[in-house]
Design a protein around this ligand. Structure first.
Ligand code: TRP
Length: 363
């Protein structure tokens, strides 16, 4: 029998999702979902993981669960094809984490490059490092293995998590016998998908920098961000000056979002992006024209997402049932894995009474 293709992916509900999430993962999830090639697709809202660095602000996580679900549904995640579930309501994940923690050394955890960078970014070096945050890659290994996932579509920054998960799986299977499925990461194919910069050219989009375009942003907000804040070429002062594409965020975004047919609709002077770029480099194409085109391109993508979001927003009752049902389904899957793990570890004392004979023989 061919191996079943099981996907697990997820997000921390710490904020609304932005265009970087869209090109980096959401777009691909929807494609995978609609390809019919996968046997099971699970999307985890990782609220427990989000709490590892937000312990003092649980309200933020609570509020953003609905934002993230609305973002999923509005881009085309279909609850009939993909299971959307909430981490904190899956107790098997907690139990698995506790067992897996014994298979990882603190030295190994200290080497995880993504966690290292996050520790720095969050100032945990000075403040003290929450043990839960330090060990979250182990909880992520629990997420992945609990769903028996062999395919984990993630951003590049998540590769160290999948690597650590694979090590845990190998160690578990070596000690306790073949039980867990070895997962593989699937990362975005090209550079723009891997990291879409903020509108100001900063490598990271963040709420505090105000440099992100969120899927739920209005057309007016998009226009304001692109016209008012998007970084272009500081040497391109007059329209006839030669323009540069490197680091020019308008062109980075066009690389990510523009399609051939957008030219006929919004900028018929050019047949394709290469022609437009060539004119910009040669001189004679102004930033204003480029930005106006980009705004049209973005709104063509975002208008249907906005429409869909508005419909779901008017029916939060149904959205609630979607994640409640998804979580119930996920609970069945993850409980079953925990049971297998406990059997493999021989800590299933109360499954039946057979241990009585074992114990009697000892006495
Ligand atoms: N760490 C992931 C992120 O920050 C979110 C996540 C939690 C996840 N559990 C997961 C991703 C399991 C893939 C699989 O984006």
């Amino acid at each position: 029998m061919a191996e079943r293709k099981i996907i697990l992916t997820g997000d921390r509900p710490t904020g609304r999702l932005h265009l970087g999430h869209y090109v980096g993962s959401l777009m691909r999830r929807v494609e995978m979902q609609n390809s019919g090639e996968y046997d099971q697709i699970n999307i985890l809202i990782a609220d427990d993981q989000a709490l590892t660095d937000n312990a003092d602000n649980p309200g933020k996580i609570r509020d953003n669960i609905i934002q993230v679900v609305l973002d999923y549904l509005s881009v085309g995640i279909d609850p009939a094809k993909s299971t959307i579930c909430v981490q904190s309501a899956l107790p098997a994940l907690h139990a698995l984490t506790f067992y897996y923690l014994n298979l990882v050394t603190t030295a190994r955890l200290s080497r995880n490059p993504t966690v290292k960078a996050e520790i720095q970014m969050r100032g945990f070096e000075d403040e003290g490092l929450p043990a839960g945050f330090f060990t979250y890659p182990v909880s992520q290994a629990a997420d992945i293995t609990a769903f028996n996932a062999n395919i984990v579509p993630v951003g590049e920054d998540q590769l160290p998590m999948i690597e650590q998960t694979r090590e845990i799986v190998e160690k578990f299977n070596r000690i306790y016998g073949e039980t867990l499925v070895l997962p593989k990461a699937v990362i975005p194919e090209n550079e723009v998908q891997r990291r879409l910069p903020g509108v100001d050219g900063n490598a990271k989009m963040s709420k505090s920098l105000g440099n992100g375009i969120y899927l739920s942003d209005t057309a007016a907000t998009v226009k304001k961000l692109v016209n008012g804040k998007m970084f272009t070429d500081p040497q391109h002062l007059r329209i006839e000056d030669q323009g540069h594409l490197e680091g020019n965020v308008v062109f980075t975004y066009l690389d990510a979002f523009c399609k051939q047919e957008h030219f006929a609709a919004y900028l018929p002077d050019y047949a394709c992006l290469d022609e437009m770029k060539a004119h910009y480099q040669r001189g004679g194409l102004g930033d204003g024209t480029c930005k106006k085109f980009l705004i049209n391109v973005l709104n063509e993508l975002m208008d249907p997402i906005r429409e869909s979001r508005a419909k779901w927003e008017a029916d939060i009752d149904t959205v609630y049932d979607i994640i409640k049902d998804g979580t119930a389904r996920a609970r069945g899957i993850t409980d079953e894995t925990l049971e297998k793990v406990r059997s493999a570890m021989r800590i299933d004392y109360f499954k039946d009474r057979s241990i009585i004979q074992e114990w009697e023989k000892l006495l």
